[in-house]
Design a protein around this ligand. Structure first.
Ligand SMILES: [Ca+2]
Ligand SMILES: [Ca+2]
Ligand SMILES: [Ca+2]
Length: 202
């Protein structure tokens, strides 16, 4: 019995036929192993590619492809990622050999500035304000008496004529004080003092 090279049926797939003394043998093709040569050999485990390449195992074989950021037949040329608009959300791109860097606009994060930066984690809202993270920014919901983007500004309530009935207004940080004229009371001097007018029970 000899290998019949006119037929492909003697050996299983991933095998080839070899003549031996008086008979023949089926052997695994390169890249395959196991009893019936059905197991793919992972050539990448033996690091067959040099450092500019990364190894990709394929069924029955492997290939060396350029590491990210490198190109050319020998993988010795830089990819200009900045020419590919790799930085998102108006980030500024800096090309380097084999790599690149994005300097993100305020509010964005990540290698390509694609991620929202959660400003609330840094506690930007002042004076007890609530922080809500938004994409590319954040919003502060100010407590009473404060204003501004980060709620760091005192509201001068006296400018709003907040004290009624000619009360005297004094602005304070986060609040105000009204000194009421006689006969009036309350935070804004809006109510008449009880018991003053004798006529109330008449
Ligand atoms: Ca580059
Ligand atoms: Ca944000
Ligand atoms: Ca105030």
């Amino acid at each position: 019995m000899f290998c019949d090279f006119s037929s492909t049926d003697i050996c299983l797939s991933h095998q080839h036929c070899r003549n031996t003394f008086g008979t023949y043998q089926c052997e695994c093709n390169n890249g395959w192993m196991g009893e019936n040569c059905t197991i793919d050999l992972d050539e990448c485990l033996t690091n067959p590619c040099n450092t500019s390449f990364i190894c990709v195992n394929t069924p029955g074989s492997f290939s060396c492809v350029c590491s990210a950021g490198l190109t050319g037949e020998q993988c010795d040329q830089d990819v200009d990622e900045c020419g590919l608009d790799v930085c998102e959300n108006n980030g500024t791109c800096f090309n380097s050999f084999g790599s690149f860097n994005c300097s993100c606009m305020q509010g964005y994060d990540g290698d390509t500035c694609a991620d929202d930066f959660n400003e609330c984690l840094g506690g930007p809202c002042l004076n007890g304000a609530m922080c809500k993270n938004t994409r590319g920014s954040y919003v502060c919901f100010c407590s009473f008496g404060f204003s501004g983007n980060n709620c760091g500004d005192d509201v001068d309530e006296c400018l709003m004529d907040i004290c009624e009935h000619n009360g005297t207004c004094t602005n304070t940080v986060g609040s105000f004080v009204c000194n009421c004229t006689e006969g009036f009371e309350g935070l804004t001097c809006s109510s008449s003092q009880r018991g003053k007018p004798n006529k109330i029970f008449i």
